[in-house]
Write a protein that binds this ligand. Structure first.
Ligand SMILES: [Zn+2]
Ligand SMILES: [Zn+2]
Length: 355
């Protein structure tokens, strides 16, 4: 088969490799689309790869073409999205269903070969079936959608509550949609980009605030000039400014979940940090999207929510769809800061048009 094989920093070559063979309990998938994830960029354009040569790619969809011995849950012809985590299933965390916390995990597309290829092999439990009415390209968005749902469930979110979402990248966008579907009383979104805020408005945000606006603080006041605060605050940008804003936006006894991962050193003044004492709010983080009954409800609910239209998205989320043979150019685009606006999908088959 053909694959995009990473041989070293910025050396991702379109070349012929052995087609993998499914072992017992595994399935062979003909890959349709794979999203380039933020985590892939330092692996290709930097030195973050675990080893060379490796085939990356972990946000993917495809068609099951062959099943190994003992596979009963999926059949050739099934449309599937890949859940990339391969936990050990033996440790304390795996026994509790907290698979993402496993200390001895493998991962399709970073610790073993992934889907920047014509075919990929994965255990049947990692192959999430989705309905024929859902186009394949949407299957490459399962992972961010499950990450958003897992993040929401890290807090004791209740219908009717007031919620703030910081950052309207893809995770923020799907967090907003889940919150509305789960019955949030109001969702206020914060971003620095008016286009993203407009998108959020179209998808049900009750209020959109641009934190670059000079009157941002005024927009956040209630009728008495007091700063409004929220029951639940979800940070999805991993940005120093937005992480710090969560401490101000949460109500006393409220809760904050950091879904975005920080990329820079982060400092708090004593006064800022003291809000955690004075407000007695709960602060937690979220990691990946797995829960009891591997890979967990997040994945089943995502398949159903896309089918039913509870979670909606269209081609406007895509920046480019590029054929596998152009994978090196695709990663090259990320070397120009700010150039790539939206998801880049790698198309493994030679189908015409988005499918
Ligand atoms: Zn990813
Ligand atoms: Zn484990």
């Amino acid at each position: 088969m053909k694959a995009g094989v990473l041989h070293g920093k910025e050396q991702i070559l379109f070349e012929e490799v052995e087609t993998p063979v499914p072992g017992p309990g595994e399935v062979l998938v003909r890959v349709m689309y794979t999203g380039i994830c933020g985590s892939d960029i330092p692996r290709v354009n930097g030195e973050a790869a675990h080893y060379y040569p490796i085939i990356l790619g972990h946000e993917f969809s495809g068609e099951v073409v062959e099943t190994g011995e003992g596979v009963s849950g999926v059949r050739p012809g099934d449309r599937i999205a890949g859940a990339p985590l391969l936990p050990c299933m033996n440790c304390e965390h795996c026994e509790n269903g907290d698979y993402a916390l496993c200390g001895d995990y493998s991962f399709i597309g970073s610790r073993r070969d992934g889907s920047f290829a014509e075919y990929v092999v994965l255990p049947e439990a990692n192959a999430i079936r989705f309905d024929e009415s859902v186009p394949y390209w949407k299957g490459a968005f399962f992972e961010p959608i499950t990450v958003a749902l897992h993040g929401i469930r890290r807090l004791p979110f209740k219908p009717g509550s007031s919620v703030a979402v910081l950052g309207i990248g893809n995770i923020g966008f799907f967090t907003l949609q889940w919150l509305k579907a789960l019955g949030a009383g109001s969702v206020t979104v914060f971003d620095i980009n008016d286009e993203r805020l407009e998108l959020a408005r179209q998808y049900g945000a009750d209020e959109c605030i641009n934190t670059c606006d000079p009157d941002f603080a005024v927009q956040l006041q209630d009728g008495q000039g007091r700063r409004r605060e929220f029951d639940f605050v979800y940070e999805t940008a991993g940005n120093t400014a937005t992480i710090k804003q969560t401490f101000g936006l949460v109500k006393k006894k409220g809760a904050v979940c950091l879904i975005g991962t920080p990329t820079r050193e982060l400092t708090f003044s004593v006064e800022e940090w003291e809000a955690l004492n004075r407000k007695e709010f709960t602060l937690t983080g979220s990691w990946m999207s797995y829960s009891s009954g591997f890979p967990g409800q997040e994945w089943k609910e995502t398949a159903e929510a896309i089918r039913s239209g509870t979670i909606r998205f269209d081609e406007s989320l895509l920046y480019r769809v590029m054929p596998l043979q152009d994978i090196s150019d695709a990663f090259g685009m990320f070397r120009t800061p700010g150039k790539v606006k939206g998801k880049v999908l790698i198309q493994s088959g030679n189908q015409e048009g988005l499918q």
